[in-house]
Structure formats: structure tokens, C-alpha cells
Design a protein around this ligand. Structure first.
Ligand code: MGD
Ligand code: MGD
Ligand code: MO
Length: 768
């Protein structure tokens, strides 16, 4: 394995559409890059099919009638990443200390290939050494059993199946805590909190069919071309029906502008493109509450005028009357908010907001699609509530073609919450679990991601077990977190590839390699399937058929069961071994705990398009305290949570088109024209001029959070870009070092990664 260099950067604007020949060329590079042989590539046609495996990339729903090849460029990358023929073996670890590996880049660590053996960290040599599974489980058990339950954290990343997640949550509760932070805590927790309070369900209310019934789409803060490319097909069909799409995003993201379907020979041959957004509003980072307030203000003004003039109403007063609560104070706030403030905070002229309001006022069914651009702010929950406010004004929830449509991240992140991966007691049927398994479940709230970080830093967290993910790299406050990690008494990482978190050992440290979802999982009763829930609450079976990367791998359910058996006293009501022998029995147990959500679970697994678990808000049944859908009066117009100050910028930490979260596939962000580097700082030319900066100049960013803590990211290449003034863009996770752990969404604790207060420190210049 040779390490890929990230120097020789080339940053030139990309002129092509999303999809198209660029995507085909990229696909042609992906499989050779991972040295995936042709017979393995055949796995690709089984991706996202009812009897195939569910893509390990994003959570976008899979259609009932799959395309012959139901995957996208990003899905292909994720598959090739898992099926790579590269291996990270005990021989590799014999040659490299962790001190040395910590100087490697994220890309090089994972590109080295799949982990093959269970490993124990040996402090004397500073190396991982192969060990037996029994040795690993026994020492983990012996370390965890005497610990204070509250000092142990059970993290999970949203790729893990419903089966493994259910067992994992149960294990934590039987052990005595709900310290179950997961990647959702860094992602759509603002949605789970915001939608639950507003409409009584923690998830979106729409399904793929709704794209066929909407006549307008509001699109906030989601980069569809890179992060959910299969949605481009749905957007394109909607556009072909004449659906208007009004997009709010500080950056002109290519997937939101133009798309050529790589699966359509005619489009490919003729270079035909579909324009996706019919309006594109480059809102300031953190300016969405203000923008939505502006739209609401037009609606209210037009409504008042219509009523006065005897014209038809603009607001859906019958719906508001019958179904909502809190309308009066919200509208009072809308009336009293000044246009000057709306324009300043959103960064958008009134005329642009009027364009969107005009469309919205006449649209009959509107989808509101959104992603991290709304959730990862200090006022992330208010952003989500504001989306609901807008929808409620015209009755756009609970009818075909209308409703909030959050785009979830990891392929099973929504499902994990459904089966008990949560730190919040009210989200779990504790009494049922107690009756089913004969134990007393903890009632104290557990640690979420932010609280787990605090605990690692202050030393109150003593053990950290991770079912997937790259926690240390994904969370804020990289410096203090890396410094504190070695103080842990136990660090256990269950993973498929080596990542940076694995290079920070605790006193006792194990790195346990598991099967990926695409691989065959054979247990005592034969080959197994697992299940996942997509963004639209549809549950799918997934059957892996590829040969496992190593004969020493165990499945996630097998690893969880083995740990559970070591850390818990014997309980005759939980037969961990029987569950591992036949995952259908885990699904029976899930059905017993959640009879309403999973009726007849084992017989609904292969429904085309997945089995919809239902959604009360989509039937206009509001499971809120008032029994109505709730308007929320926002507390202010800015979502950033910090004041403007001289020299202070709002940094958005972004994903490239060549990464999956902390997994870096390569150094090419095709849609943004970046090649050969990730050390880019996107900046407005006028801001560059005002700060006396030149293109390609190397600068550092420093945290400007007014908390006296020095946080610095060196070596960024200043790049003029079409971005609102006062805003900066740079890549995650390399910029997490700049994020204070206390800079998070107020109610949901999602780290506020889309408006990090920073200032620029100029260093030297470089030429091209
Ligand atoms: N290929 C690939 N697919 C992925 C992932 C991946 O890394 N790679 N990650 C997965 C996961 S876990 C998740 S959560 C999703 C993430 O997918 P997204 O939700 O698309 O997340 P980001 O890439 O962080 O980009 C957020 C978008 O919001 C915009 N934005 C930033 N700040 C604001 C703001 O204040 N207002 C508005 N309106 N927009 C703003 C940015 O310009 C960007 O276009 O994708 C999932 N799918
Ligand atoms: N600054 C900033 N920070 C962010 C974000 C941001 O936009 N900006 N986004 C946040 C979001 S939305 C998310 S979801 C988090 C992501 O946080 P995580 O979910 O913790 O991180 P990932 O990068 O998805 O995890 C990658 C690792 O998962 C392991 N893995 C892959 N497949 C499997 C598998 O099948 N089983 C197991 N056990 N392990 C596997 C591999 O070892 C790989 O190295 O990051 C968050 N952090
Ligand atoms: Mo995510």
C-alpha cells in the first residue's frame, strides 16, 4: 500500500452537471482503486433490491420498482470501500507503532484495507497485537464488571442493523445505564426533538410517493448531489412534472443546480441536463429562521389583504383552527418582525423571499426537504420548528405530496432510535423491557454525545465501547478529546477499518474487526439477514453475499452478545446465544417489545420498497401534549447562537463529494472543483480583499468563541468562492479541532458544525 499524497492541489470551478459523465468516470476509478475483482463488482446489481443488500451509504428510501442498477456514485464508493481487497493485518501492526500511525492521514489509515484479526493494544511496544476473541471478551468483561455503571459509555454509529442495535441497547440497560450516544446526536437529533414537540413524531412524515403528488419543494441545507444522490432521480421526475423547487443554501451546490441521469442513455448521449432548483437563494449560514420568517410575513400580509378585500384566504384557516396550537403568538411575532432585520439576518433581499412566498402561497402540496444545514446550529431545533411553522400555515402536513422531509444520514440511523438506542427514558418502553427480561431498567437520563465528550475530558467516563464509527474524529474539541482519551480505563472499538479513534488507546484497549453488511453472515441456523430503516420509516431486509474479508471476523450481533454475556449476570430470560444462532429470533424479541411498530416482523421483511412502519402525523393525529400540531414562536432570527464581531466569521464544516463522514475516499471534490487536497478555505472575494488575503495564500483559523480556549487549524488554502460574505467553508472532520464542545444546539445537543465562530490568521503566501 502506498500512501496517496494530498499535495499538488488544483482548484478550478467545475462546469458539468451532477451525475452525467463525471459520475461514470468516477465509477470507473472506484473499483480499480480498491482492487475489487470483476466477480465482486457483480454484487453491485444486488444493491438496494428487495432480496439484495441495503446500501451502506445514505438512508434515502429505496423505490418499490428498483432500477436495474439501483445505486449511485456514492453508493458504489461505499460498496467498493467495504469489498476492497486491501487488508490491515497483524503484520502491518507489527511494523507500525500507534505513535507513528497518528501522523498518517485519515485517508491512508482506511485505504490500508479491512481489519482481519481481533487486536489488543500492547503499551510496552506501542503496537496492536493479534489476540484471541476469548481473551478479548474475557478481559473486557473483567474490566467492565466492577466499574460504576454510569462511568461506561456505549456509543454506536448509524450503520449498525436493527438486530445488533436492539441487543446493544438492551445490554446497556441491563448493565445499568442509558449512556447510548449515537451518531444521530451529531446529526438529526434536532429533527427528533423538534418534530416530536411540533407534530408528535420524531421523524419525517413523507414517503417517496409524495414526490409524485407535490407541486412545490422547499429545499434547505442539504447537499443532494454528494450525500443522497439517489434523490436526484426523484427531484428530476418532479421537475419534469413542473414542480417548483426553491433552494436555500449558502453554497451553489451542483446537485441542486443541474443533473444528468447517468442511467439514462439518451440524456448521457445528448448531454441533456435537468435544472433542479427553479429558485436558488444563497442564505447566510444560520440565516434560515430569518428567511422563513420573511416568507411567513408575506403570507400573513397577503392573507390580511385578501380577507379585507373579500378574496380567498392565503392561510389555511380551517386547518389551523382544527389542527394547531400557538398560532396567535406566532403570527404576532411575524407581524412585529421588521423587514430590515429579516434581510440582514438572512442575507437575502426582500424581493427574493417574495419570489418563494409567491410560489408557496399558490402551491397545493409542498415538501420541505432539509439536512445538516438546518440541524447543526445552536438554534437547530428552532430551524426545524420554523420549517413546521411554514408548513402548518398552509396545511402542508398530513396530505399527499406535503410534509417535512428530513434527509437522514447513516443507512440505519433512524432505525437505531426505533429499537432503543437512546439516552432518553421517555423514548423507550421500559416497562415492557422489564416484563420481557425480568430486570429493573435505569430511569436516569444517559449521556448523549456532548455529555459523553464532557465526561471523557473531565475523567468521569472511565470506559468507552464503540459499535462502529469514529467518535473521536466526529466530535468537537479534537485537541482536549485526544489528550483525555488515554486516561480511559477501557477503550473498545468494533470496526471494519482502522481509523483515527483506534490510535488513541486507553489503559485496556481492544480493536475488534466485524463483518460488513455486504458480506455473508453464517450462523448456526445458516446464512442470516439483517434489517434497516430508511429516512421514510420503511424497514428493509438486507442479505449480504460477498465473501468475508477475513475468516476471523465476527458479526456485530455475535460481538455484542459475547460482551453482554461477560458483563452481565446470567439471566434465564435472555438467551444471547440463541439470538446469535438465528437473527429471526432477535426480530421476534423486537416485535414483542414494539408490537405496534413491528407487527409480524419476520413476515414483512421483503416487501418491495420496504415495510412502512406508519406515521401518526401523516394521518393528522398529533401525539403532542395538546393533541394539536404546535406552532413555535422563535426566540430570535439568527441560528448561530453568537453575536457578530469584528473579524469573526461563521465557519461551515462541510463534506466533499469524496468522503463518507470521517472516511475519506479521496482528495477530489468534483462538484466544487477541488482536486488533490482537502486543505481548502472557501471565502468570498470581497472578504478576501477586505482582509488583505490573496488566492492560494495559506492561513490558519482560530476559534473565536469567547471562552479563552485556543483552538487552531493551520495550513488552509484561501480559495475565492461563491459564498455569502461573512461565511467560510472548510472540510469536516479536519476542522473539528476548531469546534468548542459547548457550541451545540440548545435543546438537542447537536454540535453546531454549520456556524462555528472563527477568525483568520494570515501567515505566508504561496504561488500556484
Ligand atoms: N457520500 C456521502 N453521503 C453521505 C454522507 C457523506 O459524508 N458522504 N454522510 C451521511 C450523513 S451521516 C449525513 S448526516 C448526511 C449529510 O448530508 P447533508 O445534510 O447534505 O450535510 P453536509 O454535507 O454537511 O451539507 C450540508 C449542506 O448545508 C449547507 N449549509 C450549511 N450551513 C447552512 C445554513 O445555515 N443554512 C442552509 N440553508 N444551508 C446550510 C451546506 O452548504 C451544504 O450544502 O449525508 C449522508 N450521506
Ligand atoms: N464538523 C463536523 N462534525 C461532524 C459533522 C459535520 O457535518 N461537521 N457531521 C456529524 C454527523 S452528521 C455524523 S453522522 C457523525 C459521524 O460519526 P460516526 O458515525 O462516528 O463516523 P463515521 O465516519 O461514519 O464512521 C466511520 C467508521 O465506521 C467503521 N465502520 C464502517 N462500517 C462499519 C460496520 O459495518 N460496522 C462497524 N462496526 N463499523 C463500521 C469504520 O471503521 C469507519 O472508520 O459525524 C458528525 N460530525
Ligand atoms: Mo449524520
Amino acid at each position: 500500500m502506498t500512501k496517496q499524497k494530498s499535495d499538488a492541489p488544483d482548484i478550478t470551478p467545475f462546469k458539468g452537471p451532477a451525475g452525467g459523465w463525471g459520475s461514470v468516470r468516477s465509477l470507473a476509478e472506484i473499483f480499480p482503486r480498491e482492487r475489487v475483482p470483476p466477480e465482486t463488482m457483480r454484487e453491485m446489481v444486488r444493491q438496494n433490491k428487495p432480496d439484495g443488500f441495503q446500501c451502506v451509504s445514505c438512508a434515502w428510501p429505496k423505490p418499490k420498482h428498483a432500477h436495474p442498477v439501483e445505486f449511485c456514485e456514492e453508493g458504489a464508493k461505499a460498496t467498493a470501500w467495504e469489498l476492497t481487497t486491501y487488508r490491515t493485518t497483524p503484520e502491518f501492526f507489527a511494523q507500525h507503532t500507534l505513535t507513528e500511525l497518528r501522523t498518517w492521514k485519515d485517508y491512508d489509515l482506511e485505504q490500508n484495507g479491512r481489519l482481519t484479526h481481533p487486536l489488543r493494544y500492547d503499551a510496552a511496544t506501542d503496537k496492536y497485537v493479534a489476540c484471541s476473541w476469548e481473551e478479548a471478551f474475557d478481559e473486557i468483561g473483567a474490566t467492565v464488571r466492577p466499574m460504576v455503571p454510569k462511568s461506561v459509555v456505549f456509543y454506536s454509529s448509524g450503520r449498525t442493523s436493527l438486530e445488533a442495535s436492539y441487543m446493544y441497547g438492551l445490554m446497556a440497560r441491563m448493565y445499568g445505564n442509558q449512556n447510548l450516544p449515537d451518531s444521530s446526536n451529531m446529526c438529526h437529533e434536532s429533527t427528533s426533538v423538534g418534530l416530536k414537540a411540533a407534530i408528535g413524531v420524531p421523524v419525517g412524515t413523507t414517503r417517496l410517493e409524495d414526490f409524485e403528488h407535490c407541486d412545490m419543494i422547499l429545499f434547505f441545507g442539504q447537499n443532494v448531489g454528494s450525500n443522497a444522490p439517489r434523490m436526484l432521480h426523484d427531484l428530476r421526475s418532479a421537475r419534469k412534472r413542473g414542480v417548483e423547487i426553491a433552494t436555500f443554501n449558502p453554497l451553489k451546490e451542483r446537485g441542486l443546480e443541474r443533473f444528468t441521469d447517468p442511467q439514462n442513455p439518451f440524456e448521457m448521449a445528448t448531454l441533456k441536463e435537468t435544472n433542479i432548483s427553479t429558485q436558488y437563494h444563497q442564505v447566510k449560514a444560520g440565516g434560515d429562521i430569518a428567511a422563513m420568517m420573511g416568507i411567513a410575513k408575506f403570507l400573513v400580509e397577503w392573507h390580511d389583504a385578501a380577507i379585507a378585500g373579500g378574496e380567498p384566504a392565503v392561510l389555511d384557516t380551517a386547518f389551523i383552527e382544527a389542527h394547531t396550537n400557538g398560532f396567535e403568538p406566532f403570527v404576532a411575532k411575524v407581524r412585529e418582525t421588521a423587514w430590515d432585520d429579516i434581510e440582514r439576518e438572512s442575507g437575502l433581499p426582500k424581493a427574493e423571499l417574495e419570489e418563494t412566498a409567491r410560489l408557496y402561497a399558490k402551491a397545493k402540496a409542498v415538501l420541505a426537504i432539509y439536512g445538516m444545514g438546518l440541524t447543526q446550529h445552536v438554534k437547530g431545533v428552532e430551524n426545524v420548528r420554523m420549517v413546521v411553522n411554514l408548513l402548518l400555515l398552509r396545511g402542508n402536513i398530513g396530505k399527499p405530496g406535503a410534509g417535512p422531509t428530513p434527509v437522514r444520514g447513516h443507512s440505519n440511523v433512524q432505525g437505531q432510535r426505533t429499537v432503543g438506542i437512546t439516552e432518553k427514558t421517555e423514548l423507550v418502553p421500559v416497562e415492557r423491557l422489564e416484563a420481557q427480561y425480568g430486570f429493573t431498567a435505569p430511569r436516569d437520563k444517559g449521556l448523549d454525545t456532548v455529555e459523553a465528550c464532557r465526561g471523557v475530558i473531565d475523567g468521569s467516563v472511565r470506559a468507552f465501547i464503540a459499535l462502529g464509527g469514529n467518535f473521536l474524529r466526529a466530535v468537537p474539541e479534537t485537541g482536549p478529546m485526544e489528550a483525555a482519551w488515554p486516561n480511559l480505563d477501557l477503550s473498545v472499538q468494533i470496526a471494519t477499518k482502522l481509523n483515527r479513534n483506534h490510535l488513541f488507546p486507553g489503559r485496556v484497549t481492544y480493536l475488534l474487526p466485524c463483518l460488513g453488511r455486504i458480506e455473508t453472515d453464517v450462523q448456526a441456523s445458516g446464512p442470516q439477514i439483517v434489517t434497516v430503516e430508511d429516512s421514510s420509516s420503511c424497514i428493509h431486509a438486507s442479505r449480504g453475499k460477498a465473501t468475508p474479508a477475513s475468516e476471523h471476523l465476527l458479526s456485530e450481533p455475535a460481538i455484542v452478545a459475547a460482551i453482554a454475556k461477560r458483563i452481565l449476570p446470567h439471566n434465564p430470560k435472555v438467551d444471547w446465544d440463541a439470538w446469535v444462532a438465528d437473527y429471526a429470533t432477535i426480530r421476534d424479541a423486537i416485535e414483542e417489545t414494539y408490537p405496534q411498530v413491528f407487527p409480524d416482523f419476520n413476515n414483512t421483511l421483503f416487501e418491495p420498497g420496504g415495510h412502512w412502519k406508519g406515521n401518526k402525523a401523516s394521518e393528522r393525529i398529533w401525539l403532542t401534549e395538546s393533541g394539536k400540531a404546535e406552532f413555535l414562536t422563535p426566540t430570535g432570527l439568527s441560528a448561530t447562537g453568537f453575536a457578530e464581531a469584528e473579524g469573526r466569521f461563521r465557519l461551515m464544516t462541510l463534506r466533499s463529494n469524496d468522503q463518507f463522514n470521517t472516511t475519506i475516499y479521496g482528495y477530489h471534490d468534483r462538484f466544487r472543483g477541488v482536486k488533490g487536497t482537502r486543505d481548502v478555505l472557501f471565502m468570498h472575494a470581497a472578504d478576501m480583499a477586505a482582509a488583505g488575503l490573496k488566492e492560494n495564500q495559506i492561513v490558519a483559523l482560530e476559534s473565536d468563541a469567547d471562552d479563552g480556549i485556543v483552538r487552531r487549524r493551520e495550513g488552509l488554502i484561501v480559495t475565492p468562492y461563491d459564498i455569502p460574505r461573512g461565511c467560510l467553508g472548510a472540510y469536516y472532520p479536519e476542522c473539528n479541532v476548531l469546534m468548542p464542545v459547548e457550541h451545540h444546539a440548545e435543546e438537542s445537543h447537536v454540535p453546531a458544525a454549520k456556524s462555528v465562530p472563527v477568525r483568520i490568521v494570515a501567515r505566508s503566501s504561496v504561488g500556484r
